[in-house]
Design a protein around this ligand. Sequence first.
Ligand code: SF4
Length: 286
Amino acid sequence: MKEDRAREQANFSRKPTIAYVLGENLYLNITNRCTNRCRFCLREQGKGIGGYNLWLPYEPSVQEIIAALEEVGELNRFREVVFCGFGEPLLRLGAVKAVASYLKERWRVPVRIDTNGQANLVYGRDVVPELVGLVDAVSVSLNAHEEGAYQDLCRPALGEGSFAAVREFLRSCRRQGLRVTATAVAYPGVDLEAARRLAEEVGVEFRVRPWLTEEGSEVEVEGKKEQKRLEELLRGKVIAEADLSQGTVKLVFTDGTRFERTKTFEGMIMATLFAADGSTVLSTRI
Ligand code: SF4
């Protein structure tokens, strides 16, 4: 195991990465600062993801970020360009706006920001209107359904009120007409169903994200055991209703339980079984 770990570390690029490709998307890593210290954060584990070293020796200037994008070239071939790296992109609001503006003027590719949703608390004003016209979608890490759980999981430096600020940020994104999705990581102890209910109350979409390792694979909390267990739980169930539209699979069984198969932003397929009362029985990557 130790040797495997050493080999993985050796495979990581020594060069810090500003722009990196994962699946069909191009990602931008523009800061290593963050107002959170989430327990599941990849920064707690190591250097980066998928062989890309995401620790930056300094924050790249707008010109350097644009140069990295020009070097990649042909950006319209990507599904999205996403501000998402080893830190909170909106801590560099000015740089995000300038680079997004370049992307809108030079390319036709959709732009997304993955954020912890605390920007309004950081700047003391609602910054969402400033993103309108520059950004198409925002993915906000909600990760909890109430302040206490959020504090425990995400350990925000801005303390009490951080979760309320995230919720308000989601509302503002919705009001401003941005395509907004609240997400929660399938990390032990996270009440995915309660987070989903809260997202629905706020009126935004909800997605479960896998808990990733540096290699980009899901953390083997229970690993294959989880998938086996899911198979066992599904065995013998009778489908009462099925919705196979828009690439998702939603099944309702005669005993009131539900199954959903969804694709994450990272292109991973998640399978979730819900109990009749709506609580999550099991959520795993398949
Ligand atoms: S908000 Fe994102 S970058 Fe910040 S600590 Fe949490 S997972 Fe890591």
